[in-house]
Design a protein around this ligand. Structure first.
Ligand SMILES: [Zn+2]
Length: 112
């Protein structure tokens, strides 16, 4: 297994050479911290704070997106195992009334 660690002060990946955190490292972090998004954010924030003074030519907003922005977006998506555990109807979506007769596309009750 390849370890995608940052090479400092350039903050490139020691394994693939991409900007750190590279895509493989992001996937690994999501797998490691999947159920602890706050811990992941703290981990990434520590690296972000180290990177800001070491990459003075990179705008801080860009570094924020690179180190933290992706994780925030990723953590708001449901993980596959959570999505699969949903068995009932979504409470936010209107559900058809079981007593209401089936209607055709014009809204006219269908004769049975
Ligand atoms: Zn890498």
């Amino acid at each position: 297994m390849t370890v995608h660690r940052p090479v400092r002060p350039a903050w490139t990946c020691g394994a693939c050479g991409a900007e750190w955190p590279c895509q493989p490292q992001r996937q690994a972090l999501l797998a490691d911290y999947g159920r602890a998004p706050i811990a992941l954010s703290l981990y990434l924030a520590a690296h972000y704070l180290d990177a800001v003074p070491e990459l003075p030519d990179v705008p801080v907003a860009q570094l924020y997106r690179r180190f933290l922005g992706w994780a925030r977006c990723a953590s708001t998506r449901p993980t596959p195992d959570i999505a699969e555990s949903r068995t009932g109807p979504d409470a936010d979506e209107p559900q058809p009334d079981a007593d209401e007769p089936l209607r055709n596309v014009r809204g006219v009750p269908r004769s049975t």
